[in-house]
Design a protein around this ligand. Structure first.
Ligand code: AMP
Ligand code: TRP
Length: 325
C-alpha cells in the first residue's frame, strides 16, 4: 500500500501562479505515488477577517481551480475541512500537548498579527495546531508544502512526538516535501513574495489581457536601462518565470540574449507570456466550465468528505481510547 499524503490550501479567493507553482502542480505530480488527500481549509481561512457571504464562493472556486489544474477526484480525495468536524475535535486535543511558546515563535503568526493588528484572535495563534490535526487525523506521512509552511510542519512533527510520548505511538511523524519552485515573487516588486494579501498576484482565473499588462510592466534586472545594456538573467524575476514555464531551449536562448544584450526585455517577456498562457489558458477554461455547473463540484466535495469522515471517525476512536476519554 502506498503512503498517505495530506496537504491543504486556503480558499483565499484568487488562487495564483504562486499557489500553482509552489503547491498545486506538485500535488498533481504526487497523485500516482501516494494515497493523496487534499483539503480546502476553510477553518484556517476564518482566522483572519473575512466576508461570510463570500466564503461559499471562495470554496467553490478553490475546488474548481484545483480540479482544473489536475487534482482529479477520481484519482485522489478532495474535500472541505469544515465538512469533517473531527478536524476541530482533534485540534482541541492537540492543543493540550502543544507548548504555547512554540506558537508565539511562528513567523506566520508574527507576520499576520502585525498585519491584522487589532483583530488578532486565538485561532490565528493556534493555526498550526489545526494543521497538525488535519494531517494526523488521516495519519498522513507525506506533506507537500511551500517553503513558508515548513516551520508549521516542524511544529506538527513536534506535536506528534509529544502526543505519541504521552499517549502511545498512534501517529507517524509527518515528513515535509518541498517543492522545487517554492517561491514565486511579485512582478511589480521582485523582493516581495507573490501573495493574495499583498495584491501582486497573477490569478489562475485572471483574463489574459490583464495578465499581459502585469508581465509587460514587470520589473527586470535594473542594469538593463537601455536595450543595448547587458543584463544578468539570474537577477531578473521574468527569467525565473521562464524557468517555470518555458522549454529549456528558450530558457538558454533568453539567458544568452540577456547577457549579450541581443534580446530586449519586451521580447523576452512576450516569449515567457506565450509559454505561461499555454499553461494557464486550458486551466482557466476548465475551471470556468466547472464553475458553470457548481452542483457537480459540490457533489465531488461531498463524496470526498464522506470518504474522509470514515477515516477521521476511526482515528478519533483510537485517540479517545488512548487518552481515557
Ligand atoms: P495559501 O495561499 O497561503 O493557502 O498557500 C497555498 C500553498 O501555496 C502553500 O503551500 C504555499 O506555500 C504556496 N504558495 C503561496 N504563495 C506562494 C508563492 N508566492 N510562491 C510559492 N508558493 C506559494
Ligand atoms: N496552512 C497551509 C497554508 O496556508 C494550509 C494547510 C492547512 C495545510 N492544513 C494543512 C498544509 C495541512 C499542509 C498540511 O498553505
Amino acid at each position: 500500500m502506498s503512503k498517505r499524503l495530506f496537504s491543504g490550501i486556503q480558499p483565499s479567493g484568487g488562487i495564483h501562479i504562486g499557489n500553482y507553482l509552489g503547491a498545486i502542480r506538485n500535488w498533481v505530480e504526487l497523485i500516482p505515488q501516494f494515497e493523496c488527500i487534499y483539503c480546502i481549509v476553510d477553518y484556517h481561512a476564518i482566522t483572519v477577517p473575512y466576508e461570510p457571504a463570500e466564503m461559499q464562493g471562495r470554496i467553490l472556486e478553490a475546488a474548481a481551480v484545483n480540479i482544473a489544474c489536475g487534482i482529479d477526484p477520481e484519482r485522489c480525495t478532495l474535500f472541505v475541512q469544515s465538512h469533517v468536524p473531527e478536524h476541530t475535535e482533534l485540534a482541541w486535543i492537540l492543543n493540550t500537548v502543544t507548548p504555547i511558546g512554540e506558537l508565539f515563535r511562528m513567523t506566520q503568526f508574527k507576520d499576520k498579527s502585525a498585519q491584522f493588528e487589532g483583530s488578532v484572535n486565538a485561532g490565528l495563534l493556534n493555526y498550526p495546531v489545526l494543521m497538525a490535526a488535519d494531517i494526523l487525523l488521516y495519519k498522513g506521512e507525506v506533506v507537500p508544502v511551500g517553503e513558508d509552511q515548513v516551520q508549521h510542519l516542524e511544529l506538527s512533527r513536534e506535536i506528534t512526538r509529544r502526543f505519541n510520548a504521552r499517549f502511545g505511538e498512534l501517529f507517524p511523524e509527518p515528513q515535509p516535501r518541498l517543492t522545487a519552485a517554492a517561491r514565486v515573487m511579485g512582478l511589480d516588486d521582485p523582493t516581495k513574495k507573490m501573495s493574495k494579501s499583498v495584491g501582486n498576484t497573477i490569478g489562475l482565473l485572471e483574463d489574459p489581457q490583464s495578465i499581459w499588462e502585469k508581465v509587460r510592466t514587470a520589473v527586470t534586472d535594473p542594469a538593463r536601462v537601455r536595450r543595448s545594456d547587458p543584463g544578468e538573467p539570474t537577477k531578473c524575476n521574468v527569467f525565473s518565470l521562464h524557468g517555470y514555464f518555458s522549454p529549456p531551449a528558450d530558457i538558454e536562448r533568453v539567458a544568452a540574449g540577456c547577457r549579450g544584450a541581443t534580446i530586449g526585455c519586451i521580447e523576452c517577456k512576450k516569449l515567457m507570456y506565450g509559454h505561461m498562457m499555454a499553461v494557464l489558458n486550458p486551466i482557466r477554461e476548465r475551471a470556468q466550465a466547472l464553475l458553470a455547473q457548481p452542483e457537480r463540484v459540490w457533489d465531488t466535495l461531498r463524496r470526498g468528505a464522506h470518504h474522509c469522515r470514515t477515516i477521521a471517525r476511526a482515528t478519533m476512536g483510537e485517540v479517545r481510547r488512548a487518552m481515557g476519554l
